[in-house]
Write a protein that binds this ligand. Structure first.
Ligand code: NDP
Ligand SMILES: O=C(O)C1=N[C@H](C(=O)O)C[C@H](O)C1
Length: 239
């Protein structure tokens, strides 16, 4: 039986909890929400795997929990800065850890396609547009940042967020990032490649956030049998 701690009791945490409760191989050890956040530090039980869809402000607590228990960690929270990502990676010295800004297989494939297109379409102008519901608290989305890395792995391009204040023509080696917020959109990501007299757009559309929870649940089942280390969703699902 795989004991699971769910961290976050919002939109994602609620669906993850349902999936864990419905899985005969899993047992829900607890849910960390607004009422019991400090439990993460001191009282939350050691489990086989913790699944975190919460907020970056909870990172210190999550880190301390893994340090204390060596529980495997499936991290889906977005908005981490470089320092927090480095700390997350180093938790892989203690336990199997995966972080993905997007747990859909479609986005994992989009990432590969975008990287291939960027290589093949050298010199084309790239713009990344993401659309999410009006309750999302971080921008750009973690997925948009992941796609940025896929098309510009060395960080060679200037990144223009929204292009406010820019004057003059679009410089070469610039990537535009644009965040749209409204309604109940579960997540749309478009990577545009503009060339001379032609355009390629790679698009991913999520019709329900349940797909992310399903991906994280599948990742958790694979992660529990892994050695300590930092894993990517691609590694876990495709290799
Ligand atoms: N990797 C992936 O595939 C996906 C990742 N996500 C990411 O997962 C995270 C959670 O998303 P979602 O469930 O939609 O968000 P919700 O706002 O519905 O839930 C957020 C959870 O984090 C807690 N929280 C703690 N501190 C804060 C804070 N300062 N601001 C907001 N929430 C806080 C909330 O508790 P309380 O309400 O008590 O504050 C709640 O339990 C986000 O980072 C989102 O980007 C989302 C979908 C897919
Ligand atoms: O907050 C969301 O809803 C989502 N967040 C993730 C992100 O920031 O990329 C993944 C998905 O797009 C939904």
């Amino acid at each position: 039986m795989i004991n699971v701690l769910v961290i976050g009791d919002g939109r994602m945490g609620t669906i993850v909890r349902e999936l864990v409760e419905a899985d005969p191989d899993m047992e829900l050890a607890g849910v960390i929400g607004s009422g019991n956040r400090e439990d993460l530090l001191e009282a939350a039980p050691a489990v086989a795997v913790a699944i975190d869809f919460s907020h970056k402000s909870m990172f210190d607590l999550v880190e301390a929990y893994v340090k204390r228990t060596h529980a495997a960690l499936v991290s889906g929270t977005t908005g981490y800065d470089d320092d927090e990502m480095a700390r997350l990676r180093s938790l892989g010295d203690l336990a199997p850890v995966i972080h993905a800004a997007n747990y859909s297989l479609g986005v994992a494939v989009l990432k590969r396609l975008a990287a291939e297109a960027a290589q093949a379409l050298e010199g084309w102008d790239i713009e990344i547009v993401e659309t999410h519901h009006n309750q999302k608290v971080d921008a750009p989305s973690g997925t948009a940042n992941l796609l940025l890395k896929a098309v510009d792995p060395d960080g060679a391009c200037e990144v223009a967020h929204g292009r406010e204040g820019f004057t003059g023509v679009r410089p070469a080696k610039q990537i535009g990032m644009h965040a749209l917020r409204g309604g109940t959109v579960a997540g749309v990501h478009d990577v545009h490649f503009f060339g001379q007299d032609e355009e390629v757009t790679l698009s991913h559309r999520t019709t329900s956030r349940r797909i992310f929870a399903t991906g994280a649940h599948a990742a958790a089942k694979k992660l529990v049998s892994k050695k300590p280390g930092f894993y990517t969703f691609d590694q876990l699902m495709f290799e």
